[in-house]
Design a protein around this ligand. Sequence first.
Ligand SMILES: Cc1cc2nc3c(=O)[nH]c(=O)nc-3n(C[C@H](O)[C@H](O)[C@H](O)COP(=O)(O)OP(=O)(O)OC[C@H]3O[C@@H](n4cnc5c(N)ncnc54)[C@H](O)[C@@H]3O)c2cc1C
Length: 388
Amino acid sequence: MRTDFEHIVLGLGGLGSGAAYWLSRRAGAAVLGLEQFELGHVRGESQDHSRIIRLSYHRPDYVALAKRAYDAWATLEDDAGEQLVLRTGGLDLGPRKSAIPLETYMDSMTACGVPFEHLDAAQIMRRWPPFRLDDSIHGVYQEQGGIAMAARANAAHQRMAREHGATLRERAGVSLVREVGGEFEVLAGETPYRCRTLVITAGPWSNEPLSHFGLRLPLEVTKEQVTYFAPSDLAPFEPSRFPVWIWMDDPSFYGFPVFGETAVKVAQDAGGKAVDPDTRGFEPDLENLGRVCSFLERYLPGALGPQLYTKTCLYTLPPDRDFILDTLPGHSRAAVAIGAGHAFKFASVIGKTLTELVMDGRTDADISGFRLNRPILAQADPPKTYMV
Ligand SMILES: Cc1cc2nc3c(=O)[nH]c(=O)nc-3n(C[C@H](O)[C@H](O)[C@H](O)COP(=O)(O)OP(=O)(O)OC[C@H]3O[C@@H](n4cnc5c(N)ncnc54)[C@H](O)[C@@H]3O)c2cc1C
């Protein structure tokens, strides 16, 4: 069994599968991916049918990265010969005075040349009749918003990484990383592997591998959930007629048209409690579900219907809710990415950026807002800002 590789990716969820894919496009068989569970497992952050993808973001650097994200998915779609992004249009809506002001989104898109429409409540209800809104509500519609097909995209990254020559090993949990003679030794089970560059994409478990580099980040892991509702009339919620949407206030909710199930999916963003990823349960939080149902009763009553199921999933949250995407201090050939509970849409472009960081020592992507040396990550008890 081969144990000497040029590049190792530690953790094969959404981001790590993206990294394995982009590394393999350039380095083929010199790439190894290690996953502690089975590929496609449901204990982390990246499973389920769908994730929202959008250009609409509160800062220009995210909008710019989102443009690159669409390009990266398109490359993968071409390579894999399957569709992985479905455009439905995206609607961000909420009170004119809210915890998440839409103005910052409009300003960022304007700065990046992204077209959008600013709509009042009447216009929103004319275009998407299931909404029940009063005049205090406004919204921003951006036509490129849509669905990143999460489980299918992960499988495509993994399949294509293997087709480009990479080795992906399941049930290969990494327990030790150390630097030996300018290379990395990575112990997975009983097997010591060697590599020259290392990508850490361990999601909720990130602090374990980072501890071998003397790092501990102030990350909070929360147990989130989504619920599939089967309304009696699905027709107004077909993806050709209904957008992905985000309610921009605290609490924040989001939802999808019919996709993956004969049902719509709705959830509260960052509505979950802190958990340990190794001991967490999978049962739904009924209070959280109650908040989602109350929201739907008031603003989207036609979406309520029998609940098919509620599925839990984890967020790994830095205190400012910004990504971590950087090389490790003092180790230019080791890099880390942490998704902050909104990175699936960027999974492929983050994989590409990690590849550039460890292979070229640089990237054209603006990652200045995602660096490890930002002051808040060094604070002992940093303030948490999850509503962005
Ligand atoms: C309910 C929910 C809704 C979301 N909605 C959206 C959305 O609409 N749009 C969006 O863009 N994003 C969304 N996100 C966020 C997005 O899904 C995550 O940011 C992204 O999936 C993070 O992927 P990851 O690879 O970092 O983590 P993970 O998928 O958890 O992958 C980490 C992997 O590393 C493995 N691992 C860890 N430690 C080791 C080790 N020592 N050895 C080997 N393997 C190891 C783990 O087993 C795991 O497979 C959502 C997340 C959730 C939970």
